[in-house]
Structure formats: structure tokens, C-alpha cells
Design a protein. Structure first.
Length: 448
């Protein structure tokens, strides 16, 4: 187990324990303290040393933004990761611009351990960089030992600009043995030469990034793929003096490959569950993408903002009137309104509301509702659709079972950005519209 000291800024003790447990499962021996006010956080930072700060965004007496300001004001270089139930993208971007290293939703804690490992590694690189600069000031001999012995690749270069003053090339001034090992170039073969002399068609975007740091003095960090080695690197670029830049880099190729494998596995799982649920519900539940649902639902005839029980009542009444006007069979109207009502109720209960709309096709009506809630993961889909009483929020009940039973088809798209669900009901019975076995409308294109 890897020892890890974590300061958790969280008003909920159960959520704090959940974070510690997730880190423990990831191989960390966690020693943590929970704080939920600015004063208690300042005292904790002053009293003890910490490897990591994890903060919730919204708390009764404090906030994630305030916690970040407390850490920044302290002058301590400690990775700060925001772990919250929900946050607007604009706020998350603002916090990362102001110093937060990452943000993770509480329903996606599988990302926590990889993010912590990455930021601890970055913190270690920064620490070694600080040691590197200190060693320069202490003695050339000590610097040389560090420079030649460090495991991270290092290169010092000067930017070369075109006639308009834009970065066009860069010249190598110094490299370390780790650079030689990673890049396959010897120091004597690169020092004094430009990248365009070594590589006929270098990556223009990388030259632009390096040049920006050299000319503005603003440090940068990014992941970079180098075609010369066919590998990925995590690069920290800073400006030691005007017109120059230095790069500390580590090979992250295996991590990138692992992440890609995880993405492919998740895609395979989702596709498997799509087909499984389609078959298990006799073609009534189709897991797809929001864009595909919007293509399917036809012309919009009504729309609603739904936030309260009164809104739900209004939607049910107007759906009933619209279905009667469209000529839907009487017994089917009740089922349609019940199924659509469950979709709208879920949005109000579990996502604080959403946008609802009614659409018409040649022979059916579709009620669609979208929200910005936490969404449903691929692993939860079978239980949501098939297990009676299953809930992702503690009170979801049999909502999806009702939609599937009442509607002719239910379309579902869900992810970190929210959930879209559409309940479709034919105006007449399916056997009248689609002759054949069970009258089932097989829309296989949506589940490929």
C-alpha cells in the first residue's frame, strides 16, 4: 500500500469515508482529515503536511472555490481535486483555470484513483523541478548529478521565429541522459541543431506551444504524441529566461493504451447491454444517443419547462387533450399519459427538473424529456430496466418499468451530461399498424 495523506474538504462524513475507501481500493494507505470551514482548513494546512486536497463544491458553510482560494493563499504546492455531485461546466473550467487539477463527479469515482496517481506524479515532477533549480544555485556539481541521474527526460531549447515573429522552429541547447534514452538521440547529435534539421516535418502545434511559453513566460503542461518515437509523453514546459523553454517529460504510453482499452471495453459493454435490453423487453427499450432520439421523434408540437408538481399536472392534462385530438385510442391514451408522466416525474425528482416536449409522427406520438442529472452508467442499465424497484437515486422506484410497460417504445440516452428519455405510443394498436409476428417494430439501426 502507498501511504497517502489526504485533506478532505467535505461536510458529509459518509461521503468522506466513501472517498477514503475508494482510495484504499486503489492501493493507497490513507490518513485523512475532514474539514468543512475555511478556518479549520487553514489550521489543518498549517499543522500537518498533506499529499492531496479533495474538496466538494457545494457545502453549507464553505465551497470548493473558497477551499481552492485558501490553498492558493497558503502558498503550498498540493494537488487539488474537486469531487462533487454536480457542477456546471463553466464553473469547473473556471476552477481549473484558477489552479484545480481535475474535477470528478461522485457518480464516476472510478476516475478518482487514476486522477490522484496522475496528479501525485505531476506534483513529484514539480518538486524535483524545484530541487533542480535549487541545485543550480548551490553548486554545478550537485546540479550535474541530479541532471544526469533524474528519471524524467529534460531538454533546454531556444525558440526560432520567422520574419513575422511567430515561433517556427527551436534549437536544442542541452539534454539529459533520460532524454537520450527516450528519444533515441545522443546529446552530441542534437545539441546546437534545430528540430527541423532533425525531423523533416515536425509537429507545428508542438512548436507553437513551446514558442508560446518561451515568448510569454507562462508555463504549460500537456500530453504530447511524438511521431518520431511513436509514444505519448506528459510534458511540463517552463520559461527559464526570455526566448528559451525547458521541458520535463515522462513516458505515459502504457497509461494511454490502458485508458484506450478501458474506453473500448466500455463501448463493448454498452453495445452488449443495448442488444440485451432490446431483446429482453421485446423491442420496447432502445438504448441510443440523444441525437438519434431527436431524429426519430418527429415534429415538435408542444414544449414545457418542468420543475414542480403543478407542472407535471399541466403536462398530463395537455398530453391527454393532444392525444384525444390526434385520434389515439381511448385505452392507449391513459397508458401514454402514465408512461410519459413517469418520465417527467423522474426528471423533477432526481434532476431538479428538465425540458419536456411532445412530438408527432405519421402514426404515433412521442413524449420526450431531458435533464441535467447524474445519468445512468452502462453497468446500471440492466437493473434500471429489468429489476423491479431498482433505484439509482434511492427513490426511483419502478419508473422505468412503468414506461416500458405502458409505452410501445422507450428510447433512453444517458451519460455524465444528463438523461434523455422518450416514450412513444402508436395512435392505434401495433398489430393494426405493423402486420406480422407480435406487430413489433424492429428499429435495429439504433442499437448497432
Amino acid at each position: 500500500m502507498i501511504p497517502l495523506r489526504v485533506l478532505i474538504v467535505e461536510d458529509s462524513e459518509p461521503d468522506s469515508l466513501l472517498l477514503s475507501r475508494e482510495l484504499w481500493r486503489g492501493g493507497y494507505q490513507v490518513a485523512s482529515m475532514r474539514v468543512d470551514t475555511a478556518d479549520s482548513m487553514r489550521k489543518a494546512l498549517a499543522k500537518d503536511s498533506w499529499d492531496l486536497v479533495i474538496a466538494d463544491y457545494s457545502m453549507p458553510k464553505f465551497s470548493g472555490m473558497d477551499a481552492l482560494k485558501v490553498l492558493t493563499t497558503s502558498g503550498l504546492d498540493i494537488p487539488f481535486i474537486l469531487v462533487t455531485g454536480s457542477i456546471k461546466t463553466e464553473l469547473a473550467v473556471q476552477m481549473m483555470n484558477e489552479g484545480a487539477q481535475d474535477f470528478i463527479l461522485k457518480n464516476d469515482l472510478l476516475r478518482l484513483v487514476p486522477a490522484v496517481a496522475r496528479e501525485l506524479r505531476a506534483s513529484e515532477i514539480r518538486r524535483r523541478h524545484d530541487e533542480f533549480e535549487t541545485s543550480l544555485q548551490l553548486s554545478e556539481e550537485r546540479f550535474r548529478k541530479l541532471f544526469t541521474g533524474m528519471s524524467e527526460g529534460f531538454m533546454l531549447c531556444e525558440v526560432v521565429c520567422d520574419d513575422q515573429g511567430a515561433p517556427f522552429d527551436y534549437r536544442f541547447l542541452q539534454v539529459n541522459p533520460a532524454f537520450e534514452d527516450d528519444m533515441g538521440w545522443k546529446s552530441e547529435d542534437v545539441v546546437g541543431k534545430t528540430i527541423r534539421e532533425l525531423v523533416p516535418k515536425p509537429d507545428a502545434h508542438t512548436i507553437e506551444w513551446y514558442g508560446l511559453v518561451a515568448l510569454t513566460g507562462r508555463p504549460s503542461r500537456f500530453q504530447n504524441y511524438r511521431a518520431t518515437t511513436g509514444r505519448w509523453y506528459d510534458e511540463f514546459v517552463y520559461n527559464p529566461e526570455k526566448g528559451k523553454f525547458a521541458v520535463l517529460f515522462v513516458d505515459i504510453t502504457e497509461r494511454k493504451r490502458s485508458e484506450q482499452r478501458e474506453i473500448e471495453v466500455e463501448k463493448e459493454k454498452l453495445n452488449f447491454y443495448r442488444q440485451l435490453l432490446y431483446a429482453a423487453t421485446e423491442g420496447k427499450l432502445l438504448i441510443t444517443e440523444r441525437e438519434e432520439i431527436e431524429k426519430k421523434v418527429g415534429t415538435q408540437t408542444k414544449s414545457w419547462d418542468i420543475k414542480t408538481a403543478r407542472d407535471l399536472s399541466k403536462v398530463r392534462k395537455e398530453l391527454t387533450d393532444a392525444a384525444q385530438t390526434a385520434g389515439m385510442e381511448g385505452t392507449r391514451i391513459g397508458k401514454f399519459v402514465l408512461g410519459a408522466g413517469e418520465a417527467a416525474t423522474n426528471a423533477v425528482k432526481h434532476a431538479s427538473g428538465g425540458k419536456a416536449s411532445l412530438h408527432t409522427t405519421v402514426d404515433s406520438m412521442v413524449f420526450m424529456v431531458s435533464d441535467k442529472g447524474p445519468g445512468i452508467s452502462a453497468l446500471e442499465l440492466p437493473e434500471v430496466a429489468l429489476k423491479r424497484g431498482y433505484s439509482t437515486a434511492g427513490t426511483l422506484g419502478v419508473g422505468y418499468k412503468v414506461m416500458i410497460k405502458m409505452g410501445d417504445r422507450v428510447y433512453l440516452a444517458s451519460g455524465s451530461e444528463g438523461t434523455t428519455v422518450a416514450v412513444e405510443m402508436n395512435l392505434l394498436t401495433p398489430t393494426d399498424l405493423f402486420p406480422g409476428e407480435n406487430g413489433m417494430d424492429v428499429i435495429s439501426g439504433l442499437i448497432k
